[in-house]
Write a protein that binds this ligand. Sequence first.
Ligand SMILES: [Cu+2]
Length: 461
Amino acid sequence: MSPNRREFLLGASALALSACERISEAADVTLRIGPVLADIAKDHTISTIGYNGSVPGPLIRLREGVPVTVDLFNDLDAPELVHWHGQIIPADIDGAMEENSLVVPTHGHLRYRLTPRPAGARWVHSHVMTGSDLSRGVYSGQFAFVYIEPKNNPGRYDQEVFLATHEWEPFYTGAEDEDEELPPPPPGLVKDDKPNGWEIGYQKFTINGKALGYGEPVRVKEGQRVLFHILNASATENIKLALAGHQFQVVGLDGNPVPRPALVDVLELGTGERIDAVVEMKNPGVWVLGTPKDDDRRDGMGIVVEYAGKTGEPRWIAPPKKIWDYTAFGEDHAAPMPDEVIPMVFGKINGGTGGFNRWTINGKPYDEKDATRSLVKGRRYRLAFDNHTDDAHPVHLHRNIFELTSVHGKQTSGVMKDVVLVKGYRKIDVDFTPEMTGLTLFHCHQQLHMDFGFKSVFNVS
Ligand SMILES: [Cu+2]
């Protein structure tokens, strides 16, 4: 961004501030960004940053197409960016520096109007670049569910439960997560002679800000159909979740209904992804909904599901090992052909032991001085992701919803998302038709990858 543009924006938010001071009515949605002390486990309080004094922030319920006034207050000594993830909204309020969005000034205030859309499970989170600082961005507690009510609600369920996963006390480590699904690298891929750089580990794991067994259980009754809205609000971890003794019927991905709801034993969510799943409560007891990774579950990644009248120690049963397959929820036939295919090859430049890796798209790490790529509103584009790294990348497109059209070589259609997890050495194609003009950020939602190069900006005209 040019300095002039940035000064103009800072000026615009300052104007917003003075205008707001004259407005006495409360906004429809207020988020106050500030320090939070959160009791996440027995005798374990963490100090972080959150919205309205809690982690996660408050559940924000909006109605599709009904405009609201949003007040953002920032009690920090640094500017913040509040990103409305999964909504199709103008760039100035989307909350990304690369889109020249309005910032929430240091010890300042920002007010604007937001017309929520589309319906479904969305979320809101900090979009600042944190670099090597593991206390800001999505490493912090700045995240909250946003649920946009559809105009007609076709859901058939007895109870709705929102669950957001998050990890705490991040640290640098040289240890890489094992990926059991990693295929051999593509032929001809040149191996980096430097070793892999820093990865991130965590001390504590939570659902809705509480370690397993510490918070209130999810209370259910036999015979109920419970609709779970699950959000992976991690900075860097892709996760799996299972509910012992039960299966999930996946009905929505990233808040959008899927063409073919299907039963699964294990859910998988890259950072930023959401799943809507119905569970029929027909196995009375006290159960653990948690990660199949034993160490992480012991460190808190889970929540107890308790049937009425049942007591005792929560039971965990290791689920069968199954590979998550997005196409299980899609149509078997191919999607329409796009007007244009945009190849996107993901690469990594190893940082060496004790250094930071950098991630590249088509050979280049992001540089704000680079020209944006021009797109035309109403044209159908295919992003052809080709992951030449051994990392899984949950890639996210702002201000648009895309359709999965090919996953690991299998054609599909009808699955609409805004994040897709492209695993190591895999290929996925997604199609989208931009509806709104303006700057549109594409990036990996893994905060470390985004901060170290994995970004690109489109400009829709
Ligand atoms: Cu990534």
